[in-house]
Design a protein around this ligand. Structure first.
Ligand code: 4NP
Length: 153
């Protein structure tokens, strides 16, 4: 099974979701391939934002080796699940998806009971506290998604 996490720039939120989900999938023994991407192309080839690298490091995960890429049409056939970090990115993904392609699209916090429809807020113009919040939302979503995939496996 292949899972792709998508935000706008692929430098703040989706690298955190990718890292949090990788940790959760390992914990539950899920056989998954995990990646992240952005709907935008401004940061392609760049490492995650230093503030995302820092919050991941504070939580014991090294994301410094990740590099941003943009979502491509092929992703909709390669991935089983494409998980958006907010509603705008989900709407853009829905517009990009060709009819009949493989991927099931969802919002990350749809996988957290009681938080369906909520966005992981964009921390790019925020403070460190916004990155801490993005991390804890990423973990909550990753745990919910991993649990439901495990239950279905
Ligand atoms: P991300 O955050 O979508 O969580 O990676 C952003 C990164 C860059 C920009 C906006 C959001 N930007 O406008 O360049």
């Amino acid at each position: 099974m292949r899972i792709l996490f998508v935000c706008l720039g692929n430098i703040c939120r989706s690298p955190l979701a990718e890292a949090a989900f990788r940790r959760e999938a390992e914990r539950l023994g899920l056989d998954v391939e995990i990646d992240s991407a952005g709907t935008g192309d401004w940061h392609v080839g760049r490492p995650p934002d230093p503030r995302s690298i820092a919050v991941a490091a504070r939580n014991g995960v090294d994301i410094g080796g990740l590099r941003a890429r943009q979502v491509s049409p092929a992703d909709f056939d390669r991935f089983d699940h494409i998980v958006a970090l907010d509603r705008e990115n989900l709407a853009n993904l829905r517009r990009m998806q060709a009819p009949g392609s493989r991927a099931h699209l969802s919002l990350l916090l749809d996988h957290v009971p009681g938080r369906e429809g909520e966005a992981v807020a964009d921390p790019y113009y925020g403070e460190d506290a916004h990155f801490d919040l993005a991390w804890s939302d990423a973990v909550a979503g990753a745990q919910g998604l991993a649990r439901s995939l495990k239950a279905r496996a």
